[in-house]
Design a binder for this molecule. Structure first.
Ligand SMILES: [Zn+2]
Length: 357
């Protein structure tokens, strides 16, 4: 069985042109997954009980129509409000494992759910500790004060890397670990889509001494694609947060994955229309359509079945403490058109040409 614990599903009045729940679920099932955990930066955001309940119902309806036993987990978003944190921790306590954990954006990304100030982030950890939260807190680490959006030039999409430099991830990760330790956080701090070798080194060092768990996940795109891909035609299609890194860093991160230094694979699946990518410079790329091929690449690079199982399932359910029986077996992956989302972000991986010609 396989789980993708980090997907951005769309749907609803203002987002169904990007993708519907039905379509996202179908892609996940075809990819060979038994479960997806959904991120909260939808419209409206999944930060309160009424919205979350609605989303659960919408998910149930879509899965019933598809007649698929896919598990749809929801990760409520955290805001800076103490009352809101109390509410989402309470939902987690009551609805776990349907609500497997919580998500915090420690920096702005799509949806502007960022808790950007150090003091506000400290309040989050303080409140989670007060609420005896011992589940998983998934964090998007990019320190707002180190972002330089003015450096992004859509004519040269690779400048997105300068706009969101490695230091932003490194320093945000340092902050999260420091604050979690200071405030006596008793859960698991999960660093989403880790993309910088130095971040991983700091995490590995800190993990030895702090009294809570720290885990990290990597996306297929950060493992396989470098910023050089953004210099090719239609490079805007690869704009994503955190950005694709230098080839040196990307290769180091892929090696780290193969060497068992990363806990799991998360696609960070985030579809937009081609128009939104090219004209509004939207950040985020779809990844579900590439999931099963990514697993094949891991096998080709010498990973054992046991290692792949850990990266796609075992480490995830152990960290979230979810019983295996929660999930249904998926009989296996099926072919998905690589341009299912109007464009194939991974074309260079299996050869062929990007672009309109
Ligand atoms: Zn994400």
């Amino acid at each position: 069985m396989k789980i993708d614990p980090h997907v951005h599903l769309r749907d609803g009045a203002s987002q169904r042109h990007k993708e519907t729940l039905r379509h996202g679920f179908l892609m996940a099932w075809k990819a060979g997954l038994s479960a997806v955990f959904e991120m909260p930066n939808t419209i409206p955001a999944l930060t309160s009980e009424p919205v979350i309940n609605k989303r659960i119902k919408a998910g149930e309806k879509a899965l019933k129509e598809l007649q698929l036993p896919l598990f749809h987990g929801i990760l409520p978003g955290i805001t800076a409000s103490e009352k809101q944190i109390r509410e989402v921790v309470d939902i987690w306590k009551r609805l776990f494992p349907k609500i497997p954990g919580l998500k915090m954006f420690a920096g702005q990304s799509t949806g502007n759910m960022g808790i950007t100030e150090y003091e506000e982030q400290q309040q989050v950890y303080r409140n989670l500790t007060r609420q005896d939260y011992n589940g998983v807190l998934m964090v998007h680490c990019e320190k707002e004060s180190l972002l330089r959006p003015e450096l992004f030039d859509p004519q040269n999409p690779e400048t997105h890397l300068a706009a969101r430099p490695p230091e932003a991830e490194i320093e945000s990760l340092r902050d999260q670990i420091e604050l979690a330790e200071k405030e006596g956080f008793g859960g698991t701090l999960h660093i989403c889509h880790i993309s910088v070798p130095e971040s991983l080194e700091i995490l590995e060092e800190k993990r030895k001494t702090v009294p809570f768990f720290i885990t990290c996940g990597i996306t297929p795109h950060h493992a396989l694609l470098s910023v050089d891909e953004m210099k090719k035609p239609d490079g805007l299609m690869l704009k994503v947060n955190p950005p694709l890194r230098s080839e040196v860093m990307q290769k180091q991160m892929f090696a780290a994955l193969l060497n068992g230094r990363i806990d799991w694979i998360e696609t960070d699946h985030a579809p937009h229309t081609v128009k939104e990518k090219m004209e509004d410079y939207a950040s985020g790329i779809p990844g579900l359509q590439f999931y099963s091929r990514f697993i094949e690449i891991l096998y080709k690079n010498g990973l054992s079945g046991e290692m792949v199982e850990a990266l796609t399932f075992g480490n995830i359910i152990r960290t979230f403490s979810i019983p295996v029986a929660t999930f249904s077996e998926n009989p296996g992956s099926q072919t998905i058109r690589s341009d299912e989302y109007g464009f194939d972000p991974f074309i260079s991986i299996w050869g062929g040409h990007r672009g309109k010609n």
